[in-house]
Design a protein around this ligand. Structure first.
Ligand code: SF4
Ligand code: SF4
Length: 163
């Protein structure tokens, strides 16, 4: 059966689960209880790449946290509202994935994309490491692209929470 346009877009993307947009997703008490009762890891902040994500989808979809159930990026919203057609929406996802891959290839071995993003935002000493400089310009271009197309103006830099 063919996926509906929104599902097809998310299945081709995964950026809001795999560390491409956020560094964590916050869980509330009810999320944690539900996940724990299913034998799953349930910290206050679920780090990204999310351990429950397996390309191309969430492996705990039916019991996923509240923020995950409610979240729709700006591309998905625009597709749903008819402001973007499917071809353009998929093109934006493809471009974001390509830009991120370009960053990842320049990261020092053992540095994840999400770890790189978190270190930059929090000003961790590692973020000023010379070995990471080649990735920085590409990361900033990627981040500008996703902020322009995927993230709402009040998005938190690190998580799905509002800033
Ligand atoms: S970033 Fe948007 S298009 Fe991509 S998986 Fe998340 S909601 Fe779907
Ligand atoms: S729990 Fe599922 S929907 Fe939520 S971030 Fe993880 S993989 Fe994505």
């Amino acid at each position: 059966m063919k996926a509906d346009p929104a599902s097809a877009l998310c299945l081709s993307c995964g950026l809001c689960c795999d560390g491409g947009l956020f560094v964590w997703v916050s869980l509330n008490d009810s999320d944690r209880e539900r996940l724990r009762s299913n034998g799953l890891y349930a910290p206050e902040r679920l780090p990204h790449p999310c351990p429950n994500y397996s390309t191309p989808a969430c492996t705990i979809y039916a019991i996923r946290p509240r923020q995950c159930r409610e979240y729709r990026c700006e591309v998905l919203k625009a597709l749903g509202d008819g402001e973007l057609d499917e071809k353009v929406a998929h093109g934006l996802v493809a471009e974001a994935l390509t830009m991120r891959a370009r960053v990842t290839t320049l990261l020092p071995e053992g540095t994840s994309f999400a770890g790189f993003a978190e270190d930059l935002k929090t000003g961790a000493p590692e973020s000023r490491s010379p070995a990471r400089l080649p990735a920085l310009a590409r990361f900033l271009a990627y981040r500008m692209f996703v902020e322009r197309h995927f993230l709402s103006p009040d998005s938190h830099w690190l998580s799905r929470e509002k800033a």
